[in-house]
Design a protein around this ligand. Structure first.
Ligand SMILES: [Zn+2]
Length: 507
């Protein structure tokens, strides 16, 4: 065979060109797709061959071995494969490079998992002592693979006869592998050592953290260990220390609201509240706002736990065990002469009272409250015993938010008609499709949708005069307020989210 195309160029070829080349050279074209049972054929080729020649085996039967690559194979490689599978026909399949690369990485990870598990099992059967180096490499593999797949959490779960590893990717849990309980126990002990936890403790929940550089990127891992029926479960929250995610301009906020937001957070004092359920991205948003604040100002944060490290703020870790009580800490912070205070959560009447007074006495305060909508927060605060005039004078802005799955670029446009918040919506929208980049889910990453209730003088006096919820909402809508659902609708119209995700905002 004679190829005029050099290897580098094969990386750029599209599907139709590859199909043509395959046809002319007695090869096939392979469309790598979701249901490929790669796990079944992991051991057909040795890892060294896979890594050196960038090939993977995706099928084997009595007569043939099917090999995939993004380029035709050289004689030397073919010979090596033929030596391993003497009597079989070697079938070569070409794939698009980007797709192939993703699957190749995946296969490499899965083979390494298998290798480590075999070595661990062998070691544990012979030796009482833990091989910490082997365990460290195994743990690093679990963490790296999660980071490669852009997972947000790793779950290690002991079951009756085996242990399970699952990753949360874009909000959904995916099973990665299962392995024996003895290896799990060894791994658990190693994790406790790495996170500086009590190794002997089996009955109490423990929390810890550590940092690591994986795939040339710094990550923080927050660990929670919990006693369960069949052992102790471990959950890692993965926090990528990426400054980019804390840039306001990256959060895809509509332009008019972004401009208004930027002026509101320049206020020397007042309260900015973030509302939404757990996991709605409140803490990312608060950090993005802190990043926007003038570096000359003194910023103090009160958090439990500290999720992201900030370079220009004093961060206080609340520790209920060490008798460093929340209310005491909050009062002490005020004596530290801050300009801006970030309080992780308003937990009760007492903390609400301190937060309101702090925001009236020359501090800009950022905090969170668990309500579904922005305006609800006003009534929640009243319910918690705050006086109307205190709320009216201190509150500057309330934000309610959610995280929705963002469509991958492989999305497909389609004309849709559907009912949304009692309105019939018609127009061009987008549906998830699936490609190697999004692991065939059709979604890639998450996106914030939000409503911003800017409290102008009129809303402040309406709150002070005890106006109804409907009255204030009516006024806000007439003055530019866009509800969460309609922010999501704007984002669905420009193809950022699907209708399926959009509908989650109208619950
Ligand atoms: Zn995709």
């Amino acid at each position: 065979m004679n190829y005029a195309i050099v290897e580098q160029d094969f990386k750029l070829l599209d599907e139709s060109t590859l199909r043509q080349i395959a046809l002319e050279n007695q090869m096939s074209y392979l469309d790598l797709h979701e249901n490929m049972e790669l796990e079944k054929y992991l051991n057909i080729l040795p890892l060294s061959l896979i890594e050196q020649y960038q090939i993977l085996c995706f099928k084997e039967d009595e007569e043939s071995v099917s090999i995939a690559s993004f380029k035709p194979l050289e004689e030397e490689v073919l010979e090596k494969i033929q030596n391993l599978h003497r009597l079989k026909i070697i079938k070569i399949h070409l794939c698009v490079f980007t797709l192939f690369q993703f699957f190749l990485e995946k296969v490499k990870f899965l083979i390494k998992f298998q290798n480590y598990l075999d070595r661990l099992e062998l070691h544990l059967s012979k030796d009482e002592n833990q091989d910490e180096i082997l365990l460290e490499q195994f743990l690093e593999l679990i963490l790296s693979y999660a980071c490669f797949l852009k997972a947000s959490d790793i779950h290690l779960e002991p079951l009756e006869n085996k242990a399970l590893i699952r990753y949360r990717i874009d909000g959904n849990l995916a099973k990665i592998l299962d392995f024996d309980l003895r290896s799990f126990q060894a791994l658990l002990t190693h994790i406790k050592i790495v996170a500086l936890l009590n190794v002997a403790e089996q009955r109490q929940a423990q929390d810890g953290s550590f940092s690591k550089i994986l795939l040339e990127q710094k990550y923080d891992f927050r660990i929670s260990i919990m006693p369960l029926l069949y052992g102790q479960g471990v959950v890692f929250r993965i926090l990528k220390q990426d400054e980019q995610q804390f840039k306001l301009d990256q959060l895809l906020i509509a332009k008019d609201r972004l401009l208004r937001l930027k002026t509101y957070i320049k206020a020397p004092y007042g309260l900015v509240l973030f509302c939404g359920p757990t996991g709605s991205g409140k803490s990312t948003f608060m950090h993005a706002i802190l990043n926007e604040i003038d570096r000359d100002k003194k910023i103090i944060t009160l958090e439990d736990p500290i999720e992201y490290k900030l370079q220009h703020a004093q961060q206080i870790l609340l520790n209920s065990k060490a008798d460093f009580d929340f209310h005491k800490a909050l009062r002490a912070v005020l004596r530290q002469d801050p300009d801006v205070i970030m309080v992780g959560e308003i937990r009760d009447e007492e903390s609400l009272d301190i937060v309101l007074k702090a925001s009236l006495s020359g501090h800009l305060v950022l905090s969170t409250l668990h309500t579904n909508s922005a305006l609800e927060a006003v009534y929640r605060m009243k319910h918690m015993g705050a006086k109307e005039y205190l709320i009216a004078y201190s509150l500057n802005l309330i934000i309610a938010q959610r995280l929705l799955r963002k469509l991958c670029e492989c999305k497909e446009a389609s004309f849709e008609t559907f009912c949304f918040q009692n309105q019939t919506i018609k127009g061009m929208f987008y549906r998830p499709k699936g490609c190697a980049k999004c692991m065939y889910s059709g979604y890639k990453g998450r996106l914030m949708v939000a409503e911003f209730l800017f409290l102008d003088q009129n809303i402040k006096s309406m709150i002070e005069n005890n106006s109804s919820y409907e009255g204030i909402l009516q006024y806000a809508l007439e003055n530019g307020f866009v509800g969460l659902g309609f922010d999501a609708l704007e984002k669905a119209k420009c193809g950022l989210i699907s209708i399926e995700e959009l509908k989650k905002t109208s619950i």
